[in-house]
Write a protein that binds this ligand. Sequence first.
Ligand SMILES: Nc1ncnc2c1ncn2[C@@H]1O[C@H](COP(=O)(O)OP(=O)(O)OP(=O)(O)O)[C@@H](O)[C@H]1O
Length: 266
Amino acid sequence: MYDAPTAAEQALQQHDIKISSRNVQVYYGDTHAIKDVDVDIEDKTVTAFIGPSGCGKSTFLRCLNRMNDTIDVARVEGEILLDGENIYDKKVDPVQLRARVGMVFQKPNPFPKSIYDNVAYGPRIHGMAKNRADLDEIVERALRRAALWDEVKDRMSAPGTGLSGGQQQRLCIARAVATEPEVLLMDEPASALDPIATSQIEELIDELRRNYAVVIVTHSMQQAARVSQKTAFFHLGNLVEYDDTSKIFTNPEDPRTESYITGRIG
Ligand SMILES: Nc1ncnc2c1ncn2[C@@H]1O[C@H](COP(=O)(O)OP(=O)(O)OP(=O)(O)O)[C@@H](O)[C@H]1O
C-alpha cells in the first residue's frame, strides 16, 4: 500500500530556492523578449526551460548569469536573486558571478589549449590553487565530475579540440564545474551530439544535480521529461506554466502548455 509521505519526509524532499526572479523584462532595442517573469529555481534540482523557437528560453537563461550584459542592445529589468542577493546590483562583479553560475553552450567550445589548461583556466584566473599539486587536484576532480577523467587522464596535454564532440562537451562541463559553481546553466547542451553522447550527457546532468542547481534549455520534450524535476514552459516571452515535470507533461493547467506538449504549437 502507498503511504503518504510524512511532513518530515516532505520537508526533506523540499529543496531550497537558489534563484528567484521577480518582474524580469528583457528588451532587445524595441523588442520585448521576456515579459514579467517570476520564477523560483530550486537547488539540487534540474529545471528545464521548454517552449517554441523564439519564445525567450535562451534569453531568460542568459539573465541568470548576466550573459545578456555582453549583448549591446539587450536591457534587463527586474530582480534576480541568487541566495537572496540581487545579481544585477552594482556591487556584483559579473566575472565572479559567472564563476558561481557557470554556463555550457549548445556547441562545445573548448579553448584552443590542452585538456588540462581548459579545465585549469577558471581556477587559475580566480586564484583557487595554492600550487601545482593543488591545481592538479582541482583539474582531476572537475574531470571526474564531468565523467571524462578515465578517457583523458593519459593525455592531459593533448589539445581539447582533438576530442570527440561528446567528450568536448564534457570537457566544457568540467571547465564550468572547476570553479566550484553553485548553479550550472546549459543551453541545449546535447543538441549537437549523437544519441550515445546525448545519453552520456543526460546521465551526467542527473549526477550533477547532487551538487548544483542545473537549468537546461532544451527543444526536446523527451529530454526535458527524462532529465528534469521541474519544467518551465515559455511562450511569446511569457512564463506560462512552471511546475513539477511530471505534472507539466501529464496534466498541464494552461491550454497553451497542453498544445505545445501534444505537438499542436511550436
Ligand atoms: N542578440 C539578439 N538581438 C536581438 N534580438 C534577439 C537577440 N537574441 C534573441 N533575440 C530575440 O529575442 C526573442 C527570444 O529569443 P531567444 O533566442 O531567447 O528564444 P529561444 O526560445 O531560446 O529560441 P530558440 O529555441 O530558437 O533558440 C526572439 O524574438 C529573438 O529574435
